[in-house]
Write a protein that binds this ligand. Structure first.
Ligand code: ZN
Ligand code: ZN
Length: 380
């Protein structure tokens, strides 16, 4: 059944083109998606726009008046596929421009476009993330073509108007939908929406206005950066098509695991095992910190799971002043094998400390089963 285009606009079959235009303008002012976000209104807007498209064209209107439907399949215009609404309102832009001025972005787009951002991962040692460094990075990216200075045309030639779209940058097609036929437009496949073609492309860049090149840039890594952080180098990404402004280059910090230290925020942690005797007698530890060798006093009688802290020996804070701390976690190891002499000495020690009898038979003073063990640790 043919669509009632006159009914959609609320005009009679004898309406003049001026009356049709007025009727459409009146309806469109209420229904245009710029002013009425209601989905139902948008559907209706598509239908009245299709009606106006047909009735404002004398040839299409004649088909309607003869009982046909100029937007029906086989009407000489290829029926498109896909979503009936996916293409949006772009195809009605010229109509809308007539009524609303430049409410819909229109026309061919520029050949010159912003370049893409680029991302590089950079492996850094802990000392480098902590204190900062300067690294030379080799970047494989698009730079402006020197031959054509980004224009994409061979020397002495110019872009020509695209024949497919006549310079408009878009082509229109009619798509079927359950609303009837909907006119849609899409970027011209020949010129990519620019409205122009380059008949004599620059031989250096093939018309793109840019070429791939390898270059080396120097990147300053600030002190205190963390794994996963990105450093933005403005304008160091790819140059855009047609010599457009370059995108940004992001350098993502990847901190390599350290042999000794693990990092939590700006604090550093490490683990040191001490023999039972060293923990009991006290000792000194030599530790390779980020700042060099540090000699650490371990007091006599140091207990397992003691944490020694060196203030401000961690990672410098990225923002503000100061540094994190360095925490040394002490583990105490018990000998697993004793030769005869060692066992004799340990038994002698135990006897001297009154710790030589089985603990369970020596419970005294209400301390219970483990009082002996606890007393031994506490140095009694
Ligand atoms: Zn070129
Ligand atoms: Zn074109």
């Amino acid at each position: 059944m043919a669509t009632d285009y006159y009914g959609l606009l609320g005009v009679g079959r004898d309406a003049t083109s001026e009356q049709i235009k007025r009727a459409y303008r009146r309806l469109a002012r209420d229904l245009h998606p710029d002013v009425n976000p209601d989905p139902a209104a948008q559907e209706r807007f598509k239908r009245i726009t299709a009606a106006y498209e047909v009735l404002s064209d004398p040839q299409k209107r004649e088909i309607v008046d003869l009982g046909g439907d100029p937007l029906a399949p086989g009407g000489g215009v290829g029926a498109g596929q896909g979503s009936p609404f996916g293409a949006g309102f772009g195809g009605f832009g010229d109509i809308m421009d007539a009524f609303f001025g430049a409410s819909t972005p229109r026309g061919p787009r520029s050949r010159v476009r912003q370049g893409a951002d680029a991302l590089i991962r950079l492996d850094l040692e802990l000392a480098e993330t902590a204190f900062g460094t300067t690294r030379d990075l080799t970047v494989d990216t698009a730079i402006i073509c020197e031959t054509c200075k980004g224009a994409g045309t061979a020397p002495g030639t110019h872009p020509a108007t695209c024949d497919t779209c006549a310079g408009r940058g878009e082509v229109q097609s009619v798509q079927r939908s359950f609303l009837g036929q909907v006119m849609t437009s899409r970027p011209c496949p020949t010129c990519g929406g620019t409205g122009t073609v380059v008949p004599h492309p620059c031989v250096s860049c093939g018309g793109d206005g840019r070429v791939r090149a390898r270059r080396t840039i120097s990147v300053k890594i600030p002190a205190g950066v963390e794994d996963g952080m990105r450093i933005r180098l403005s304008g160091q990404g790819e140059v855009g098509p047609g010599g457009g402004p370059a995108g940004d280059l992001y350098v993502e910090v990847h901190e390599l695991p350290h042999d000794i230290f693990t990092r939590e925020g700006d604090d550093l942690h490490c683990h040191v095992s001490l023999p039972m005797t060293a923990a009991a007698l006290g000792t000194t530890l030599t530790l390779n910190t980020l700042d060099g060798e540090e000699v650490l006093d371990v007091r006599p009688g140091t207990q397992p799971e003691t944490v020694l802290t060196l203030r401000a020996q961690g990672v410098p804070h990225l923002r503000g002043v100061g540094r994190g701390d360095l925490h040394i976690h002490i583990a105490v190891t018990t000998p697993t094998r004793l030769d005869d002499e060692q066992e004799r000495l340990l038994r002698e020690l135990a006897r001297l400390r009154g710790e030589d009898l089985p603990v369970s038979t020596r419970a005294h003073g209400g301390g219970g089963l483990f009082s002996k063990v606890r007393d031994a640790f506490n140095g009694r």
